[in-house]
Write a protein that binds this ligand. Structure first.
Ligand code: SAH
Length: 219
């Protein structure tokens, strides 16, 4: 009884999140909106943060990292224009929330996380939700995941100072890559691989945790 009331409450706040934070700021892709209403963000944060899961902000996860703000997850997902048949690479699994959104919208998701603790937690949360179209890898994402390349879409959820070349190399023809790029000041960049080459557009200013540089321990 209590549980189902809490469930109703969460569905209500998720709907509010959708309207006030995501649709109101201009996200229009119907598939993205449906998915943001469906995926339960509270299952990707620690228990003590569950009642704050639908707030308009990032929240802390382990290892000093964050689960991204819902609007940014929606905006970046919209950038990829997924239709359902795609193979997607994600760099920075984190909580696994964005991974769940991608797994709802694409055929297969390949996700890479630097910290083993986060990768394990995300894997448990996602398997617990029944997702069976996600492959996990622990390690540095600078080299992408060559074995399964090319990808129809690539999403980077930590900010490199400059976009690693390997990621662009692993983008298929017609594919799209969204990444926050920069140091203190970051821009969400969208790359599209067209017949005539790579096209780049800057979407908006963003603030992500830095992409841990290759060869460092992340300390
Ligand atoms: N989409 C995630 C965002 C997590 S924050 C979510 O909503 O939960 C970014 C993540 O990128 C962190 O988990 C961080 O550990 C990871 N990360 C940082 N540098 C990385 C690197 N070089 N390779 C792989 N993952 C990295």
């Amino acid at each position: 009884m209590l549980n189902s009331k809490f469930g109703d409450y969460l569905a209500f706040v998720r709907r509010k999140m959708l309207e006030d934070q995501i649709a109101a700021r201009g996200v229009r892709d119907g598939l993205v909106l449906e998915t943001m209403e469906k995926v339960e963000r509270h299952l990707f944060v620690d228990e003590y943060l569950r009642n704050r899961a639908y707030e308009d902000c990032p929240l802390p996860i382990a290892e000093g990292q964050t689960i991204s703000q819902p609007y940014i997850v929606a905006l970046m997902t919209e950038c990829l224009a997924l239709k359902g048949g795609e193979k997607v690479l994600e760099i920075g699994t984190g909580s696994g929330y964005q991974t769940a959104v991608l797994a709802e919208l694409a055929k297969e998701v390949f996700t890479v996380e630097y910290y083993p603790v986060l990768a394990e937690k995300a894997k448990a949360a996602l398997k617990g939700r029944g997702y069976d179209n996600i492959k996990f890898k622990t390690g540095d994402g600078h080299e992408g995941w060559k074995e399964y390349a090319p990808y129809d879409a690539i999403m980077v959820t930590c900010a490199p100072k400059e976009l690693p070349a390997a990621l662009l190399e692993q983008l298929a023809g017609g594919g799209r890559l969204a990444a926050p790029v920069g140091g203190q000041e970051q821009t969400l960049a969208l790359y599209t691989r067209t017949a005539s080459g790579l096209e780049k557009s800057d979407i908006t200013r963003v603030r992500f945790v830095p992409m841990i540089a290759a060869g460092t321990t992340g300390e």
